[in-house]
Ligand binder design. Structure first.
Ligand code: T4K
Length: 371
């Protein structure tokens, strides 16, 4: 294989389709601050995601920071979340002046273990921020039951879950708000970008202000906001990419099926199960390599052949230097087990069959070898 195979590759619309869109920006000179394409994409996403309201953001991280800020949680209060995630989830909590309390994950789908949440709740707990990691849906019913019982807010980090549905209900309908990432590496991208979905009109108004410096009108600033607006080039990319989303997902599904056919099914490796009532977006293809140390061996064997898998998510965010030993010490046995063994294999719409077969050959072979 001459060229590098990277863990993913951005989906791009046909070049002419995008240039046709952005040509209009040379007429209008309106480039950002809730422009025409921004408003059009918000409307289209309300339909597509089957949600009541959408607020676009400059990226997924700012979507999460803004969503948390919009909840007005007491300063210094505790937020139950998981450490098996991209560091953005934990950063957003801490940057809002809140304390993360890490809960363990399930071995089934690597989302928050709902049976362990209640033990972590104290009088200082204000919210739960679970992650639909890899697009795997958290146990939303049980999380809502707990949140209602203890009057907690729920904000889902749905960065990976664009287009996922449970029994026909869009993933963005659960909890008080959900955030999505439209980064270049995601199944749907606006180059950089993100969004918050929610139901409550007050939250909508708050988000609208917060993402634009807290400005309500020309001379009135009501909140300590940030600059988290999506610009017109991003929104135009989103409008184009949305038109091709279903065909992209169909292709990604085929890639995953090809992996599943070619990877040896044995005790050494665990694949993710798909659930019948959940519409998947085929965002990631993680394999869990049971034998300690073997994951890194496979990672290196692939790299030697110019194939770049990724250890999403290793280390746990709670083990990163900026967070280590700073928060409650909770046992995270499953999270640690998974983080030490997980490997995300390359996945994108145009990944070729011969490339997938080669990846599988290397994985199958190295699984069989001693280390
Ligand atoms: N919450 C969760 C659970 C998240 O996973 C993320 C982001 C967020 C929140 C925050 O959302 P954003 O603020 O990012 O919208 C990547 C992404 O940057 C990040 O968006 C993503 N999660 C995270 C899991 O992965 P890196 O450091 O691994 O990206 P990088 O630059 O190594 O790219 C990976 C591969 O993607 C490259 O090898 C090739 C391909 N690629 C990359 C770029 C930048 C492209 O094909 N085109 C590109 O433009 O973090």
């Amino acid at each position: 294989m001459e060229n590098k195979v990277l863990v993913t590759r951005s989906s791009m619309p046909p070049y002419e389709e995008y240039t046709e869109m952005i040509k209009k920006l040379w007429d209008s000179h309106w480039l950002t601050n809730m422009g025409e394409y921004h408003n059009q994409l918000e409307k289209e996403l309300i339909d597509f995601l089957k949600v009541p309201k959408v607020s676009l953001m400059s990226n997924g991280h700012m979507a999460l920071e803004m969503a948390i800020q919009a909840m007005n949680l007491p300063a210094g209060s505790e937020v139950i979340t998981t450490a098996f995630t991209f560091v953005s989830t934990t950063h957003a909590i801490v940057r809002n002046g809140l304390k993360p309390v890490f809960c363990d994950i399930t071995m089934d789908d690597y989302t928050i273990d709902v049976s362990k949440i209640e033990d972590l709740i104290t009088e200082n707990t204000s919210a739960i921020i679970p992650v639909h990691v890899y697009g795997n849906l958290c146990n939303v019913d049980e999380i809502q039951r707990i949140a209602d019982k203890y009057r907690l807010k729920v904000i889902y980090d749905a960065a990976h879950a664009f287009g996922v549905e449970k029994d026909g209900i869009g993933v963005g309908n659960f909890g008080d708000a959900s955030i999505f990432s439209f980064h270049a590496t995601k199944v749907f991208n606006t180059i950089e970008g993100g969004a918050v979905t929610f139901n409550n009109a007050d939250i909508g108004e708050k988000l609208y202000n917060l993402k634009n410096f807290g400005i309500r009108s020309e001379e009135i600033v009501v909140d300590v906001g940030a600059n988290a607006k999506m610009n017109e080039f991003q929104a135009a990319m989103g409008i184009c990419n949305l038109r091709h989303f279903e065909e992209e997902i169909e292709k990604r599904k085929k890639v995953i099926e090809c992996y599943e056919e070619n990877l040896c099914r044995n005790d050494g490796i665990r694949l993710m199960e798909r659930k019948e009532n959940v519409k998947s977006n085929f965002a990631y293809f993680p394999i869990l390599v049971e034998k300690e140390g073997k994951r890194d061996y496979i990672y290196s064997a692939l790299k030697a052949e110019n194939i770049y898998s990724r250890k999403y998510f290793y280390p746990l965010t709670s083990d990163q230097a900026c967070f280590k030993n700073k928060y409650k010490n909770v046992k995270l046995d499953n999270a640690r087990y998974v983080s030490n063994r997980i490997l995300v294999l390359p996945l994108y719409a145009d990944l070729k069959v011969d490339e997938i077969e080669k990846i599988c050959r290397i994985v199958n072979q190295t699984i069989g070898e001693g280390i």
